[in-house]
Design a protein around this ligand. Structure first.
Ligand SMILES: [Cu+2]
Length: 198
C-alpha cells in the first residue's frame, strides 16, 4: 500500500513538471503567433456571436494598451451577412468609454481598435440590432464579455451568468490539452501495470 502511494506520488510529480516544461516551451511559442482569444455567446434563433480579440492573453498586454476587435455572427457554422451592430466598451462600473451605434456591415463583420485608458477590468457589450436589408430580423440578442486589460483573469467567477454571458477560448490551447491527456493516460496505464506486478 505504501509503495503504491509512493508510485502515485512520483507519477504526479513527473506529470506536474512535464506540464510546466510544456507551458514554458511549446506553449509560449504558440502564443506569439496565435495571441488571440475568441469569445462566443449564444444568441436567439440559434445565432452565435463571435468576438475575436487580438492580442489577448491576460495579464500580457501591448504597452500602448490597444486591442483589435473583430465581431462576427454565425448560424449553422456559416458567417451571416448584412448585420447592424451596436457595441460598447465600459469600465468596471458600467460607464461607457466607447460607443458604436447601429453600424451596418454588408459582409457581416465589425472591426475596430480600442486603446484602453489604464490597466483594469472592462466590459465589451455587443448587440445584434438587426439582420438583413429588407424585413430585417430583430431581437437577436446582446452579449457582454469581461476584458482583463493588463491584469490577471479572475479564476473565481462570481459574475452573474445569464445565457448570453458564456465566453470560451476556442483556439489557443487545444493541442496542449490533447498532449496532457495522452500523458495522463500513459501514467495511469503505467501505475496499473506496476500495481498488478506485485
Ligand atoms: Cu447589408
Amino acid at each position: 500500500m505504501w509503495a503504491m502511494k509512493t508510485v502515485l506520488l512520483i507519477t504526479l510529480l513527473i506529470l506536474a513538471s512535464l506540464n510546466i516544461v510544456y507551458e514554458k516551451t511549446l506553449g509560449h511559442e504558440e502564443t506569439s503567433s496565435h495571441d488571440e482569444k475568441v469569445f462566443t455567446a449564444q444568441l436567439n434563433y440559434g445565432y452565435i456571436l463571435q468576438v475575436k480579440v487580438h492580442p489577448y492573453k491576460p495579464p500580457d498586454m501591448p504597452s500602448d494598451l490597444t486591442l483589435n476587435f473583430m465581431v462576427g455572427l454565425m448560424l449553422n457554422n456559416e458567417t451571416v451577412e448584412h448585420i447592424t451592430y451596436s457595441a460598447n466598451i465600459t469600465d468596471k462600473t458600467g460607464k461607457v468609454l466607447k460607443e458604436i451605434n447601429e453600424v451596418h456591415s454588408h459582409h457581416g463583420m465589425l472591426e475596430f481598435n480600442y486603446t484602453f485608458p489604464s490597466k483594469d477590468k472592462y466590459y465589451l457589450i455587443v448587440e445584434v440590432v438587426s439582420i438583413g436589408m429588407e424585413n430585417p430580423i430583430r431581437n437577436v440578442g446582446k452579449a457582454s464579455f469581461i476584458l482583463y486589460i493588463g491584469i490577471p483573469e479572475e479564476t473565481a467567477t462570481t459574475i452573474q451568468t445569464t445565457q448570453t454571458e458564456t465566453s470560451s477560448v476556442i483556439i489557443p490551447y487545444g493541442l496542449s490539452y490533447i498532449i496532457i491527456a495522452a500523458v495522463v493516460a500513459l501514467a495511469v496505464v503505467a501505475v496499473l501495470f506496476l500495481v498488478k506486478k506485485k
